[in-house]
Design a protein around this ligand. Structure first.
Ligand code: ADP
Ligand code: ASP
Ligand code: MG
Length: 420
């Protein structure tokens, strides 16, 4: 007998019929003797609707009330799934974040889980009852307020609960049947990866592949939680129930690098459209200027990602280009305007019409030439690169948004990732 955590995303619970389909997936595991906790997202589109109502009520709003509103979608799904399970004769009940409880810090809207002291919750599962938990939400214990975990946060709820329960597996059911070499909706020739390392998945998630929320991968990596990505659209009865001996032939397993025998140099390509580029032109080229530019941005909690500095021909000035999240662009421009007296003279240009394309693979550690191949491939298509950043296992470039799909497709072919 195993303890299994199953998470179902928005598309998988988009209407009552799909929730009934999810109930059959859960029943399959229960019938095999597994202990089960299920984490659910809001029905697809619901969270977007809730967020837009909050925006409409006031663009500048109290994030505690934002959380009070946007957390509600998950409660509907959890109750409906518990009802659908009961209708199949499965003992089940719904749990909200505060009932479990899933405790978080105070960063409303993007809170981190701080602990899951869940005695009664664990006892219910031990007793054979299926626990259906609202994803995405927790409770900030000092103020007793609902807090949400950031968009896509139900993945993180699922891994955190799996860790708390010391589960044998955390299965993330979604609308694709695994993690692909790149977004299969953009590149039809993308290939499903049977296994992907925690590290590569972490890079893919943080560089834009939204199939898993970045923090869920961080947690899985730290606690070595075996995590699988599976499709909820396969007929529930056509799938085998999880068992500790036999679990490796479906979906994608996120696991340790050394469990992967055939490692490619490049495993995946990700793209992120939510980037914006800022260029400060003709800044004085002298010690301390970079600190006076990036200090105020950091004080305002604005994350800067790629940074490029060029020297202008007179040798006395420099152009500084960097990227921020496009949602933070107005705030970044405002911060820079206010810091102008301190920074000294500069002209400013900005654009949100850019996209970051990244190639990822642990094989890069031991193979030279991956970056050169990326630049050559893009050059052959006439695609200009605005900024570059690298780490041990990834190379990212910033290009015009209009070329995003062309770049991803061409690179996918160039690195030999296309399916036959
Ligand atoms: P859910 O609602 O189940 O949480 P998401 O929409 O958050 O689902 O994530 C699944 C989507 O992630 C897929 O529909 C797919 O378009 C997208 N995606 C992006 N990159 C990848 C990738 N490398 N592999 C699989 N899916 C990806
Ligand atoms: N419903 C939330 C969202 O849309 C959380 C999730 O689906 O993971 O972001
Ligand atoms: Mg998601």
């Amino acid at each position: 007998m195993a303890t299994v955590v199953m998470k179902f995303g928005g598309t998988s619970v988009a209407n009552v019929e799909r929730i009934q389909n999810v109930a059959r997936h859960v029943k399959r595991e229960v019938d095999a003797g597994n202990k089960v906790a299920v984490i659910v997202s809001a029905m697809s589109g619901v969270t977007n609707q809730l967020v837009s109502w909050v925006q409409e009520a006031s663009p500048l709003h109290d994030m505690r009330e934002y959380d009070a509103v946007v957390a509600t979608g998950e409660q509907v799904t959890a109750g409906l799934l518990a009802i659908a399970l009961q209708a199949l004769g499965v003992d089940a009940r719904s749990w909200t974040g505060w009932q479990v409880p899933i405790e978080t810090n105070e960063a409303h809207g993007y809170a981190r889980i701080s602990g899951i002291p869940a005695t009664a919750f664990k006892a219910a599962i031990e007793g054979g009852q299926v626990a259906v938990v609202t994803g995405f939400q927790g409770i900030e214990p000092n103020s007793n307020r609902v807090a949400t975990l950031g968009r896509g946060g139900s993945d993180t709820s699922a891994v955190a609960i799996a860790v708390a329960l010391e589960a044998d597996v955390c299965d993330i059911y979604t609308d694709v049947d695994g993690v692909y070499t790149t977004d299969p909706r953009i590149v039809p020739k993308a290939r499903r990866l049977a296994k992907v390392s925690y590290e590569e998945m972490l890079e893919m998630a943080s560089l834009g592949s939204k199939v898993l929320q970045t923090r869920s991968v961080e947690l899985a990596m730290v606690y070595k939680m075996k995590t699988r990505v599976l499709s909820s659209f396969v007929a529930p009865e056509a799938m085998k129930a999880f068992s500790i001996e036999n679990s490796e032939d479906i979906g994608t397993i996120v696991c340790d690098e050394d469990e992967i025998v055939e490692q490619q140099v490049v495993s995946g390509i990700a793209y992120a459209k939510d980037e914006a580029k800022v260029t400060l032109l003709k800044v004085d080229d002298k010690p301390g200027v970079a600190a006076r530019i990036f200090g105020p941005l950091s004080d305002a909690s604005i994350n800067v990602d790629m940074i490029v500095q060029n020297v202008t021909p007179d040798g006395k000035h420099t152009d500084m280009t960097f990227t921020v999240r496009s949602t933070e662009l107005p705030r970044a421009l405002d911060v820079l305007k206010r810091a102008k007296a301190d920074i000294g003279h500069f002209d400013i240009k900005s654009s949100a019409d850019v996209v970051k394309i990244s190639v990822i693979g642990v094989g890069m550690r031991s193979h030279a030439g991956v970056a050169a191949q990326m630049f050559k491939t893009l050059a052959e298509k006439g695609i200009n690169i605005h900024a570059i950043s690298t780490s041990e296992i990834k190379i990212s470039v910033l290009i015009d948004a209009a070329y995003a799909e062309l770049a991803v497709r061409t690179l996918h072919t160039a690195y030999g990732l296309d399916s036959d």
